[in-house]
Ligand binder design. Sequence first.
Ligand code: ZN
Length: 447
Amino acid sequence: MVDRLITDARIVEPTGVTTGDIAIDDGTIADVGPDVAKRYDADDRIDADDMVALPGVVDIHNHMHDEALFPDGIDFGSQTASAVAGGVTTVIELPTQTPVTSPEAFREKREACEDLSHVDFGLVAGNVEDADIDVEDIMAAGTRDFKTFTAEPYLADDATIVEVMAEVGAAGGKVRVHCETQGILDHAREQIEGDDPEVYPDSRPLEAELDAINRVGWFAEYADCPLHVVHVSSGSGAREGGRFKSRANVPVTLETCPHYLAFSDDDVADLGPFLKVNPSLKSVDEVERLWDAVQDGTIDLIASEHFPTYREERERGWEDIWEPYAGLPSIETMLEFLVSEGVHEDRLTWPRLAELVSARPAREAGVYPKKGSLRVGTDADIVLLRREAYEVSADDLEFVGGWTPYEGRQWTGRVDTVIADGEVAARDHRVLSSPGDGDFLAREPLR
Ligand SMILES: [Zn+2]
């Protein structure tokens, strides 16, 4: 007897696709493979004939909780609900405005999020603007990742980034860097007149990203610190980072986000402030090159870089694009986008998708194979997808902000059922889990 059986699914892992059943008991995967269902009785059976079963998505870059910044209704509770509705069963959250640069601040945020979270979660420390932090004590509180920036509004100077890398590398951690060179951004901004949304991409040139990726690569090599480049926005940026991956003596990982694959700067004319994001969107050619880099392994993983705002907040950007925050709500739509416009359009295989959004990010976060796999004995985090044609509408999403940049797109991959820690947590974007269901994931040093 087991708690739950999923039967006749196409089971996807990075190693391939098989047809079979998954037995779930006591929150973990008890058995998986062909004919498993014949060997067990279950309290609950889910017929997954015609459906695909993936390991639950592990999203390692998102912004979801900041009491000083986000308005009422936007917190770790509502945002992890949006996550689980979209098939994301593990989140690693990053600081936004409020710094998490002391063990006390880390524990305080952990406690607040534990009360609210629908899914298992970890936290990243940052944003580090000053190297005078207690790296080892912060890591002992349960993280191994530190976020820093080469650009405003959390700009750290070069010497600070190098110093932080030296300390974090020595302690067995990893530094994540937002890569755009501020000097180029400053110059570009000065050339721009007006406040129309269409000028925004020109304020953040491609070369700012290329220069910063190259420089922080050398910083990491010099400081002997593993480096994670967040939100690479261009194919050329991926290539720059890829060259570094092959020559560096430290681990370098490259992340991109769904919006850099879904939109180009051409789309800004229509969508205006609803595509305001940093780094900015790049040309159609760069988008195509970025898909190539996702396919060929130059890009290691995809993360949502979810940033929640209400629709009214964004609307103000039609008048003045410099006013609203940059960032897009994307955690709930990431998987359906990658299935619909990636797998179903022959730009990704199912196994590559499982690698990009589950297995690889779980390894990066230090939670593999507990998370990001469908192996026996690991946490039963599973997303079932069905093939169905539909038009994307914010009305159908759990996200409380009332908008999505994907509004009106015609998609074919739909999240049917989401299982987190063995329980049915969402069906058809309706959330069945509760705040507090998720546990904190303390993550160990790399070395
Ligand atoms: Zn971010």
